[in-house]
Design a protein around this ligand. Sequence first.
Ligand code: CUA
Length: 349
Amino acid sequence: MVHFVIVGVLVIASTLGLGLLLTNAPILPLMASEQAVTVDWLFNIHWWLIAFFFSLITVFILYSVFVFRRKPGERGDGKFVADNHRLEAVWTIIPIGIVLSLAVIGASTLADVERRDPSALSVDVYASQWVWRFEYTVEVPTEAGESVLTAVASDRLILPLGQQVVLRMRSTDVIHSFWVPEFRVKQDILPGGSEFVRELRITPTEAGTYQVMCAELCGQLHYAMVAEVQVVSAAEFDAWLAENAGDCNLTDEQCGQRWAATYGCTACHSLTGQSGVGPTWLGLYNHEVTLTDGSVVIADLDYLHRSIVDPNAQVVAGFQPGVMPQDFAERLTEEQIQQIIAFIVSLQQ
Ligand code: CUA
């Protein structure tokens, strides 16, 4: 009996020490959403369970090795225990109880993480190899005193602090996955059009800049499929939306620069002369380009247009075919393509 008391005290002490160590260790990134509170709470429950079972097993083994070791002069084998039904029942019922409890706790925390706020802000998320695009729907007042709905596209995810946002996510090609570690939640994104829209709810609680990364292997540049996430105050968010709402009323070059950012072009094509995933745009126009088949062409307006709508037709030497999205002819209007070309033309060295 005294052995059980000693082992019990050691297990409790070890569980407390290990549990406090694990739950206070700086392992997780910043907690930046309401959902993260729930997720981390569940995570800590698991830490405590891990601490308890690790302690239980380790203390039993170490105690037995030291206290019940064969002492000098002792002979024979240890006592062999068979068919202890009470013991078997205990080690069957206790794990079943733990597993069922975890199922209940898991279901209730999942319900909490997916809790719907009817006033949530809706953002459409489009994942493509290998860019993110975010679309906001905004009501814009017209001169006639009415209002029309218009879309604001962005290559950055801007979120207002303290308001629940529902991301309505779809993929234009393969399976991707939306993951911001500071928000803790993660969701796979499926191709297949509007029937396969996946939702994810986030209520940001810390202003700051984070990074969304793709958490599903989606091809050659999966590792580079990242985008900036900015959590700003509600006033800053409204100002940003208002600034970007409506048609592009700027010059063709400036509009082209905007589309190049919102459609992710400049993630791969540098404006500085540096070679990236794709050729740089600086000084590209009207200069000679060597293609993979060894031929040399001039990057004139026709070349630029073809490179956008049919990127595999003329791949530049040193770059891979199939890396650039093939669907810009559908995703961009002809006017937008012309404006992007105007922007590239303006980038003279
Ligand atoms: Cu998209 Cu990995």
